[in-house]
Design a binder for this molecule. Structure first.
Ligand code: ADE
Length: 239
């Protein structure tokens, strides 16, 4: 599953550019016994199965022999992923992403080998593989030499702490809807102001939590942004 995802899109491009090396290990290859079982019933009873510690320990230890970076376990109990965490992870020399299945993994593996636990959102997946690949893709597009236009990673949603502005391409009129005239005018300063206002308004309307959570040391509305917002509000009131 992970290898096939790694063969598409930006992860593949990052690998071809030499910016990223991805591989995967199957815990089953480290399991003993005729059935190579990687899961077992939970102590204390209850539904579902738990991943056995033995094969996971051997698999993680094999991974650590030649791969740098912390062991990150994907689970709904982890720290919530966001763009600043992605940026932090992208700066590391590597990552060992541990994907659980079933009800989870034996807690002793978390205690002995997991350095960080990350969740990609408040919902439950059947396993951590897709969550791991979400992290790999989010990192891949930040690596030097991967995105065609280096600016585009800096300009998109969240990297400034705000949601992205709307985008338009040809044709100028589509199904009776026009591209905002400011974008056709070629006045780059006006366009920059329009985009910033849109980003501010969108963030305020859709994700007020992002505004509330902005780190005041990293992001404070500057005079220009306050001015743009009040101009926008006045325009709205005037209809
Ligand atoms: N595994 C199952 N659900 C998950 C989630 N929300 N995030 C990360 N890993 C998970």
């Amino acid at each position: 599953m992970c290898n096939s995802i790694a063969h598409y899109g930006i992860i593949r491009q990052a690998a071809l550019a030499g910016a990223l090396k991805f591989d995967s290990l199957d815990p089953r290859a480290y399991a003993r016994g005729p059935h190579r079982a990687v899961d077992d019933r939970p102590y204390g009873g209850g539904p579902g199965m738990v991943m056995k510690p033995g094969p996971l320990a051997a698999c993680i230890d094999a991974a650590r022999m030649s791969r740098p970076g912390p062991v990150v376990y994907l689970s709904p109990q982890g720290e919530l992923l966001n763009q600043s965490l992605v940026e932090e992870l992208a700066a590391l020399p590597g990552l060992i992403l541990l994907a659980g299945r079933y009800e989870g993994i034996d807690e002793r593996i978390v205690e002995s080998r997991v350095e960080r636990e990350i969740s990609i959102g408040d919902y439950v997946l059947a396993g951590g593989e897709l969550a791991a690949m979400v992290i790999v893709e989010a990192i891949a597009r930040l690596l030097p030499g991967v995105l065609g236009n280096r600016m585009s990673a800096e300009q998109d949603s969240f990297s400034s702490g705000l949601l992205d502005c709307p985008h338009f391409t040809r044709p100028e009129r589509f199904e009776g809807r026009n591209v905002p005239p400011v974008l056709l005018g070629g006045d780059h300063e006006k366009i920059r102001q329009w985009r910033l206002t849109q980003a501010l308004v969108r963030t305020g309307e859709r994700r007020p939590d992002l505004i509330a959570n902005l780190d005041p040391d990293q992001f404070r509305l500057n005079d220009e942004q306050v001015e743009l917002l009040s101009t926008y509000q006045l325009e709205q009131e005037d209809g």
